[in-house]
Design a protein around this ligand. Structure first.
Ligand code: PLP
Length: 341
């Protein structure tokens, strides 16, 4: 593989040489988005009164570009992220960026940074793509901004969790999102509430928090940045229904693969955490960052439940299928891959 950076040593963090990379930016002023442009990665100057700094009017996305076994640079279902970005914008009263502008900008910024796309062949490394849109107008009263910045930066990354492939989760008395709130949007405001619980969980030897619904404090929602699945003892694969959770692109893809490739019955429904602890043979998380990560233990009401009676088998098989498509090792019957080169 020529003209690329090594996968070795990459973690899920901002690349040390990000300043050498390109980013995309487009401004919204006087009721229109400008045509947008590629510029060197650079700090953004904002008024201390900018909406996003005071009231948090900001959304983002997370995608990956892969360098595949065929030597191509590809994106995975980018139109899904474009659609979610448009929906997140609407939820936060941000003027819509068209799906077309979003996709064009993503393609341009990935190709401009192609020298930084690591060799993805073993599935551990990729180029993470972070589209963001923020309200930048200086203001004092609480209202939507009239000026916005849409930008995209990228960073070569390695695995999301420190311990690749397996995590231990802790249930806490903290809720991430309320019904009819912003949980289903990829809004920046959904994440600060997860920071203290995650630190607390890590202090106690866990990797992440498993959030429950705020009404009954009983039904599983999702982890801090990944969706949740449980393979039950009757062989059905269950995942929490959509509502206040993020409708993950990986979640949707895994549901399809589980049905088509493994003939599994998949249910999207309320999933009681006690039912998971008592009846799950196997649990895993899905996400662009997390890919498919097995859950070893769930800590709930003072007790650690092992939820890996299946030896992580389904997660491994789904991971192979998903990654096989993403890296062009396997056929792509769904048209999920967009080749950029
Ligand atoms: C809260 C949350 N849930 C789930 C996911 C998984 O979504 P996707 O599969 O689209 O990456 C993410 C992020 O990526 C997330 O931030």
């Amino acid at each position: 593989m020529t003209n690329t950076i090594p996968c070795e040593g990459l973690t899920f963090s901002l690349y040390k040489d990000a300043h050498r990379m390109m980013m995309y930016e487009s401004y919204y002023r006087n009721d229109v988005w400008d045509e947008g442009r590629l510029v060197p990665f650079h700090p953004i100057e904002l008024s201390p009164a900018a909406n996003v700094l005071n009231y948090g009017q900001g959304i983002f996305e997370g995608m990956k570009a892969y360098r595949t076994v065929k030597g191509k640079i590809v994106l995975f279902r980018p139109e899904k992220n474009a659609q979610r970005f448009v929906r997140s914008a609407a939820k936060l009263a941000i003027p819509s960026i068209s799906e077309g502008q979003y996709l064009q900008a993503v393609k341009e910024v990935v190709l401009a940074n192609r020298a930084f796309i690591p060799d993805s062949r073993d599935g551990r490394c990729s180029l993470y793509i972070r589209p963001v849109c923020i309200g930048i107008e200086p203001l004092l009263g609480v209202r939507p901004s009239r000026e916005y910045l849409f930008y995209i930066f990228t960073s070569p990354v390695g695995p999301y969790f420190e311990k690749v492939g397996v995590v231990r989760l802790m249930v806490m008395d903290v809720h991430r999102a309320a019904p009819h709130g912003t949980g289903e949007a990829k809004a920046a405001c959904n994440y600060p509430v997860t920071m203290r619980p995650k630190l607390e969980a890590q202090k106690r030897g866990f990797d992440d928090v498993l959030y429950l619904d705020p009404v009954h404090n009983r039904f599983v929602e999702e982890a801090g940045a990944a969706n949740f699945f449980a393979l039950m003892d009757d062989g059905t694969l269950v995942t929490p229904e959509l509502g206040s959770i993020l409708p993950g692109v990986t979640r949707e893809s895994v549901i399809q693969l589980a049905k088509d490739k493994f003939g599994l019955m998949v249910q999207e429904r309320e999933l009681d955490v006690q039912e998971v602890c008592d009846r799950a043979k196997e649990c895993f998380l899905t996400g662009t960052g997390a890919t498919i990560t097995s859950v070893e233990t769930i800590h709930w009401k003072g007790k650690a439940y092992g939820v890996n009676r299946n030896g992580f088998e389904l997660a491994h098989r789904l991971y192979e299928e998903l990654l096989g498509i993403q890296l062009q090792k396997k056929e792509d019957p769904y048209g999920w891959i967009m080749e950029l080169t």
